[in-house]
Design a protein around this ligand. Sequence first.
Ligand code: SAJ
Length: 456
Amino acid sequence: MIVNKTYLNLLEAIETKNAVLGVAGLGYVGLPLAVEMVKQGFKVVGIDPDLGKIDKLSRSESYIHDISDETLAEVAASGRFKATADYSVLAELDAISICVPTPLSENQDPDTSYIVMAVDQIKKYMRKGLLITLESTTYPGTTEELIQRELEKLGYKAGEDFFLCFSPERVDPSNPRFNTFNTPKVIGGTTEACLNLGKSLYSKYVQTVVPVTSPKVAEMSKLLENTFRSVNIAFINEMAMMCDRMGIDIWEVIDAAKTKPFGFMPFYPGPGIGGHCIPLDPMYLSWKAKGFRFYSQFIELAQSTNDNMPYYVVNKTSKILNEYAKSIKKSKILILGMAYKPDISDLRESPGLEVYELFKESGAYVDYYDPFAASFRAASGSAVHSIGYDAEILRGYDCIVLITNHSSLKYEEIAGLGVPILDTRNAFRNFAREHIYKLGHSVQHVDEPDAAALIV
Ligand code: SAJ
């Protein structure tokens, strides 16, 4: 591997922790990363265009669940952290990690505009010797196409004048066990020199660094991780609808199957998939593959199966109400839990939002209760607020649909109200009652006489 002075100077700065590190994007990925860098002794500059974030950070006020105000105060007291919206600080940086959002556009295509905006700023203040690492989840080829090509157009050469890596973020918000430091980090470099510098830097604040041979391998590994989840969740959702049709309890089936100590990994059916990763990442992969005339049927089928689940939930609610000679129209329905997964407030892509809209479209009077998510904006643009929890108020609903199984919900009390419940997470498994129905199990007729009574 041929190395030049630029490489050697940067390696020395990293090894002695004199390198000044930048983090572009101070969200649920970037802020914990910046905190970890400061903890390990580096001087860090956080860059984010959101002045509200910059202001809160200046007051050590955290907006990220996994980072406490106390941690931010310690970071501030170290004197090694500052936050700014101004990319001109790039002049003082030796390395920058790009942790910006990669959403989908309206028609489910990748929206790499945040990456492009960050790269445009880097181009504006580009300096020789910079180590750039993209962390945002994106399609294979992004690092090369949107960063390497753009900087080489300015006359800089990757591996000599600047160094470029891709290292997928693996932040699992609210995960009590895994964090930025102890989650293994895959990293791929544009050249061997790039990879060496990337490994050297990341190993200073991540316990295990996993080098791979190129940014594309690193980009693809992240998409494999999350597409694996999307496809398996879709598969178990299909199995749930099959079991419903066949009058078999999918939840009991899964519990039985997972006793197999090898060759099986349980996934659980639900009302659909939410979050900032699983609903989006696979679409980055299928979009890119189409450019190679490769059409991933698994990804498309998984997306449509998962997207169909809110409709299945509304359909099943209709069947349940029918058992009580009621229709969805004009029924009072309470959605229990709106966040996309338990014990967090994040509503992004939450299937509960879709279920809410579908109930509204069907003419139901629909409310929701979520102890973590106080309000959201409906498709109509109006703000919708969670009701307060009051057992007597819950008793007044025609049906309760549990979408998110927050651990703090009073399951026994709610089960005892006698209000028909559609449980999409098997959260009431310990409180089985005739009026509690499950996603993935058939609706038992409430007025059928007991089969035993028919024996004469
Ligand atoms: N879901 C199901 N059934 C399942 C698992 C999940 O319906 O068996 C639903 C959830 O309710 C949620 C959605 O899918 O609505 C996504 O759930 P998730 O558990 O995948 O949670 P995320 O979106 O927070 O995914 C993150 C990802 N982390 C990163 O991308 C760094 C994912 O790779 C992790 O595997 C996941 O956390 C995790 O395991 O917690």
